[in-house]
Ligand binder design. Structure first.
Ligand code: FES
Ligand code: FES
Length: 158
């Protein structure tokens, strides 16, 4: 299939890539740009592992064509704490609350949480649970993840 040239803006950096029109954003992020922090689970939009922010909105990158993302603002887990020197408050909270076990769901969870906190800096536990309803975790039982996000919300409150 003929490829098309697109420009992806990922974590503030511009990347010119040649992609087949059917290739999804998760594939291009991982295979072409080497950004393997975005995880791939179901590839059917059910697990949330591949969540990235597209123009600030949480999307399943496995259901998003790379060509649809051209020219838009993409944030992956690698861009959350620029420079990689310091953890983002959400990343720190996940570590401190034991919300990371195997870690497979973690990038998607954290980006879904970032989307929530951008819209609502002080969500309730119920609002956090609702915002994470599209992200599956097979390890933690969710309580520690909710606690971690609630801790960031609590800091935002004070
Ligand atoms: S891999 Fe995209 S939602 Fe599961
Ligand atoms: S920490 Fe293992 S799937 Fe969530």
């Amino acid at each position: 299939m003929p490829k098309v040239a697109i420009t992806l803006r990922v974590n503030g950096d511009l990347h010119e890539v040649m992609v087949a029109p059917h290739r999804t954003l998760d594939e291009v992020l991982r295979d072409e740009l080497g950004l393997i922090g975005t995880k791939v689970g179901c590839r059917t939009g059910d697990c949330g592992a591949c969540t990235v922010l597209l123009d600030g909105k949480a999307v399943s990158s496995c259901l998003t064509l790379a060509v649809e993302a051209a020219g838009r603002e993409i944030l992956t887990i690698e861009g959350l704490a620029p420079g990689g020197e310091e953890l983002h408050p959400l990343q720190r909270a996940f570590v401190e609350h034991g919300a990371v076990q195997c870690g497979y769901c973690t990038p998607g969870m954290i980006l879904a949480a970032r989307h929530l906190l951008d819209k609502n800096p002080t969500p309730t536990h119920e609002e956090i649970r609702r915002a994470l309803s599209g992200n599956l975790c097979r390890c933690t039982g969710y309580a520690k993840i909710v606690d971690a996000i609630a801790a960031v919300a609590e800091k935002n409150r004070s």
